[in-house]
Design a protein around this ligand. Structure first.
Ligand code: ZN
Ligand code: ZN
Length: 366
């Protein structure tokens, strides 16, 4: 009898708000794959939607923001996706979706749009190699998933490193798509995770930043993350008032760049009012179809605003995100963004606290 078989545990979503723990044999990696132990995995807004049944996914494993330790390298894996040598025990951050290398978008080099991006994510854990998502003791990095070694500057900031594959990578990709330039004025609608990351990145690009939100804690955080101006929408109650305030800051012109990270359809309509003629507008907070707002396309045309949308990113952007964090980790209070730690067994408690907004962001320690 083989007594050496190691088992791991994972969080399984049976149906809405129906979580179970399941155990499976820890797999051996196929060639080009990596088996890891999860060190940290955060609770992100998207998991809350899935858990509440506000999403088609179920019968699956949960989680996507993760920091992992290499347990076993598959045949042919000698480096991370940036060519840095890796060995068992190294800390790595994985991209949470794959780039299949064979769909029409991957063929065009548009990896952010890969059609098979979530092929593994939604699988039942009964299907080998079981550990498809990181709310678990182990996580399987498939051959077509990019992963990167953690810079040593982040070794004391593991919760921050675990979040790099989500908000910061998304923001870096979006901002590279629109191109923020030195001295640009950037208005950011929303000071949640995406908004704070957008504030830091715009600030590091040498932009003057204006952040709009209506929660004291978030407005304070925006300042700590480099906002030059904040607009409290409890005080500036109308679109017109907020537009006037942005105009006042920008010598009557409007912002060069607008970034929507509020996730409400009306923010998109408002953003067009805040950006100057010929400006750039990046929208990435509204990610769920089926929510509408009244929109006047004539306003957009008359202002000749370029609209860019992003969801996901080219996988190598995670490398840039880790480098960005390493370079700025002492300059901003990134650690404050993750303000609660839970053990894997207490995942339901973590989800409830996140839902009730008792905490900003939880991390799970298996
Ligand atoms: Zn996330
Ligand atoms: Zn593809």
């Amino acid at each position: 009898m083989d007594t050496d078989v190691e088992t791991g545990r994972l969080v399984y979503l049976n149906g809405p708000r129906d979580i179970e723990f399941q155990s499976y044999e820890v797999p051996n990696p196929e060639p080009n794959a990596v088996v890891t132990e999860v060190v940290r995995s955060n609770v992100c807004g998207s998991e809350l939607h899935v858990w509440k049944g506000d999403h088609p996914l179920q019968d699956c494993v949960l989680g996507h923001e993760a920091l992992c330790r290499i347990k076993q390298l598959g045949d042919k894996v000698e480096t991370d996706s940036a060519g840095n040598p890796v060995t068992e025990g190294d800390l790595v951050a994985p991209v949470y979706f794959q780039t299949c290398q064979s769909c029409d978008y991957c063929r065009r080099g548009e990896f952010y749009a890969c059609e098979n991006d979530y092929e593994h994510t939604g699988k039942s854990p009964d299907i080998w190699p079981h550990f498809h998502a990181p709310w678990a003791t182990h996580y399987y990095i498939y051959p077509d998933n990019h992963f990167y070694k953690i810079p040593k500057e982040l070794e004391d900031h593991l919760n921050v490193a675990a979040a790099a594959n989500c908000a910061l990578s998304q923001v870096l990709f979006g901002i590279s798509e629109i191109g923020v330039e030195y001295n640009d004025t950037v208005v950011i609608q929303g000071a949640g995770g995406l908004g704070l990351n957008a504030t830091v990145v715009a600030n590091e690009h040498g932009a003057e930043t204006i952040v709009i939100d209506g929660v004291d804690r978030r407005l304070e955080q925006a300042k700590a993350f480099g906002a030059d101006h904040v607009i409290d929408f409890r005080e500036q109650k109308t679109v017109e008032a907020r537009r006037n305030r942005v105009k006042q800051i920008t010598d009557g012109v409007g912002a060069d760049v607008g970034i929507e990270v509020a996730g409400v359809p009306e923010a998109f309509v408002e953003g067009i009012e805040l950006v100057r003629k010929g400006g750039q507008y990046l929208t990435m907070g509204n990610v769920r179809p089926g929510h509408e707002a009244d929109f006047d396309p004539g306003r957009l045309t008359r202002k000749s605003i370029d609209i860019t949308t992003v969801v996901e990113y080219d996988p190598w952007v995670l490398f840039d995100a880790l480098e960005f964090l390493a370079a700025t980790i002492d300059d901003y209070p990134y650690d404050q963004l993750i303000d609660a730690e839970f053990e894997l067994d207490d995942i339901e408690e973590a989800l409830e606290a996140s839902e009730n907004r008792d905490i900003t962001r939880a991390t799970i320690i298996p």
